[in-house]
Design a protein around this ligand. Sequence first.
Ligand code: GLU
Length: 482
Amino acid sequence: MSETRVRFAPSPTGAPHVGNIRTALFDYLWARHTGGKFILRVEDTDQAREVENGLELILESLRYLGITWDEGPDVGGAYGPYEQSKRLPIYKRHADQLIAQGVAYHCYCTEERLEQMRKVQRARGEQTRYDYRCRYLSPEERAANERAGLPKVVRLAVPPEGKTTLHDFIRGDLTIENKNVDDQVLLKSDGFPTYHLAVVVDDHLMKISHVMRGDDWIPSFPKHVLLYQAFGWEIPPHGHVPMVTGADKKKLGKRHGSTSVLQFRNDGYLPEALLNFLARLGWSLDDKTEIFARQQLIDAFTLDKIERAPAIFDYGKLDWLNGYYIRELPDDELAARALPFIPQADPAMLRALVPLFKPRIKKLNEIAALVDFFFEQDLEYDPQLLIGKDADAATARAALRAAHATLEKYPEGAFDDEEKIEAELRADAERLGMKNLPFFGALRVAVTGKTVSPPLMSSMRLLGREKTLRRIARAIVMLEKP
Ligand code: GLU
């Protein structure tokens, strides 16, 4: 058996979409499972669709997920260059070869003529396609066009009869009648190849052993098969992986929520969770296992377990997985990963807070709202929050005064005895004839600036005696203002 060589071949047209990266992940897992190579090839032949930092966004997305590649534009390799825009002479040579063999031809039609042709076809209710005008030019006509220096493209001469079949290892045989296949442009007038020529030439020259791509590419299969046949090359196994959809079964898009891998990173999803989640989009080991660490995925991943049915991107499940992986992280590690999400935090303090937020979050970007009060000097909040719904300022003030008096008796460090303090505070409330809810509600707002917070006693302990008392005193003053 020859070595497994699989490639991810993105076009640098924007922030990589989770659907594309899922396909890259399948390639990566298969390469690692077999001990083969994972190749990154940048398909930058459509200059109009390119974005400036497109390559960087791709590299960053893969790096975030820890998907490593063995050959690629940045690391090189024996089959480079790995950016198609740097391989133009290779495509030209192959296009010339096809012309010499008579399986491709130069087409001199102008864009205006083609547009006019399509207009007529549309008006007749026909499928738009090239009408063969330049396919059957006489040698004299060709020579005249060449002498006139007309711009030209190279088109594939699709056989008018017969059928073309690709065996797809996920879907079985795909077959189409050749009469329904367009004479595809292979090389554009600017010297750039189209996707179809470039992908076949490169998959062959780079010795790709398995081609996996999204099933939105199925319509291209006949062009690729015909090209392989024209060159006399063996077709590597191809598999079209299922599309990723939203809950409404429509192709995953912005309307469903985030779709960019880097957006998930910025929202506080752990790479472990997203990797696990993406691997399960169209692949499963059995009908029960959901949790897979990277190495388990590598060990378990085989091509026969890739599914045909569209894969639903379930945001709720991703959140659940992310919460799971957050709770699996050691506290030191979680503190380190949380820091970028709350940059104003003192790292030692944030580490101490981990037990407070770890059980309560699904995403790292939820931490700031929970614990930012630890890192602020003067809390900003509406004094009305201290009073609550059914009470009045005098009652809230009395509650805070009592709490202040009780807490003041505890020296620094003695806030550790959370149970004892809580019992005393409850006794205060009782003495004042207050229910626990408004009493502790006022105290919570005074100390945290929020009506919902991590457990109050632990919050006061971690905040420390001095800051806690200062915040309560400030709240009492706020309530005294008319
Ligand atoms: N450049 C194509 C894309 O962006 C690659 C498709 C393929 O893998 O063949 O989807």
